[in-house]
Design a protein around this ligand. Structure first.
Ligand SMILES: Nc1ncnc2c1ncn2[C@@H]1O[C@H](COP(=O)(O)OP(=O)(O)OP(=O)(O)O)[C@@H](O)[C@H]1O
Ligand SMILES: [Mg+2]
Length: 246
C-alpha cells in the first residue's frame, strides 16, 4: 500500500468518531424527550432521516476500509437478491432526492408498490419478476457501489426521467441505468472515466462533484471481470450498461 493510500484511509477511518457523535446526538433528541424537550411529528421525521443517513455513512466508511482489502484482490462473495440491491440503492438516494418518496419506498412490500412509489418522480424500473426475485452470488458491497454511483449520476444529469433495468443473460448480470438530458458528447466518452474529470451537472446539486464516481466504478468492475458500455451523445441523454459475470 502506498503512503498516500494509507493517509487517505486513516482520514476516512477518523470519520468514524464524528459520525458517531452526530448519531448519538440525534438519538438523544429522539429518545430522551423527557429531558431534551418534546418534539413535533415533523421534527421526529427529520431526526429519523438523520439517523438513517448516519447509518448509511457508517456503512460507507466501513465499505471504504473494506475496499482496502479488496485492492489486494480479495472478493467477499455472498448470495443476495437483486430486489434488495435495487431497493437499498433507491432508498439511500431518495433520502437525498425526495425524502417523502424514501418513506414510501421503505413501506413498499413488493415490486409493484416500489414502482408506484417512485413513478411520480419519473423514475422507472424494468425487471422481470424472475430476475427481481433471483439471488446472485457476487461481492454485494462492490455491486452496490457501482449501481449507487450510476444512479446518482443519472439523477444529477437527468432532464426529467431515470430508468433502471436488469436482466440475467447467459450467466451474466446486466444492469442498465439511463437518463434523459444533455448527455455526453462522443469526445468526452473516454475522459469521464478518468479520475477527477468532471463536467458539472445540468441541475445545481448539493452533492459536490469530484470526478471519482465513474473511475471507481471501472476499478470495481475490473475486479469482478465486468465491463461497462456507454451510449450517449450531445443532447441524447445517457445510458450506462454494466455486465458482470456470475
Ligand atoms: N448520466 C450522466 N449524464 C451526463 N453526464 C454524465 C452522466 N454520468 C456522468 N456524467 C459525466 O461524467 C463526469 C464524471 O462522472 P463521475 O461520476 O466520475 O464524477 P462526478 O459525478 O462529476 O463526481 P463524483 O462522482 O465524484 O461525485 C461527470 O462530471 C459528468 O459530466
Ligand atoms: Mg458521480
Amino acid at each position: 500500500m502506498s503512503d498516500t493510500t494509507i493517509k487517505t484511509e486513516i482520514l476516512i477511518h477518523d470519520l468514524k468518531v464524528p459520525i458517531s457523535v452526530i448519531d448519538a446526538g440525534a438519538k438523544s433528541l429522539l429518545n430522551r424527550q423527557e429531558s431534551y424537550g418534546p418534539l413535533t411529528e415533523k421534527q421526529v421525521k427529520v431526526l429519523k432521516r438523520i439517523i438513517r443517513n448516519t447509518l448509511t455513512t457508517q456503512r460507507l466508511v466501513n465499505d471504504v476500509l473494506e475496499l482496502g482489502r479488496s485492492r489486494e484482490g480479495v472478493m467477499i462473495l455472498s448470495d443476495f437478491p437483486i430486489s434488495s440491491l435495487v431497493t437499498g440503492v433507491l432508498m439511500e438516494i431518495f433520502d437525498f432526492v425526495d425524502p417523502d418518496v424514501a418513506e414510501v419506498i421503505r413501506k413498499a412490500r413488493d415490486y409493484g408498490e416500489l414502482e408506484q412509489a417512485i413513478q411520480p418522480n419519473n423514475t422507472r424500473l424494468s425487471f422481470d419478476p424472475s430476475v427481481w426475485k433471483a439471488k446472485v452470488r457476487l461481492d454485494e458491497v462492490k455491486v452496490r457501489q457501482i449501481l449507487r454511483n450510476l444512479v446518482i449520476n443519472a439523477f444529477k444529469h437527468r432532464a426529467s426521467v431515470v430508468d433502471i433495468s436488469g436482466r440475467i443473460v447467459e450467466k451474466q448480470l446486466i444492469l442498465n441505468v439511463s437518463n434523459d438530458g444533455r448527455g455526453i458528447p462522443l469526445a468526452d466518452h473516454q475522459r469521464i472515466f478518468e479520475t477527477y474529470f468532471t463536467r458539472g451537472s445540468s441541475i445545481e446539486s448539493a452533492i459536490r462533484s469530484h470526478g471519482l464516481g465513474l473511475a471507481g466504478v471501472m476499478v470495481l468492475l475490473k475486479d469482478m471481470g465486468g465491463v461497462l458500455k456507454l451510449n450517449s451523445d450531445d443532447g441524447k441523454g445517457a445510458e450506462f450498461i454494466v455486465t458482470i459475470p456470475l
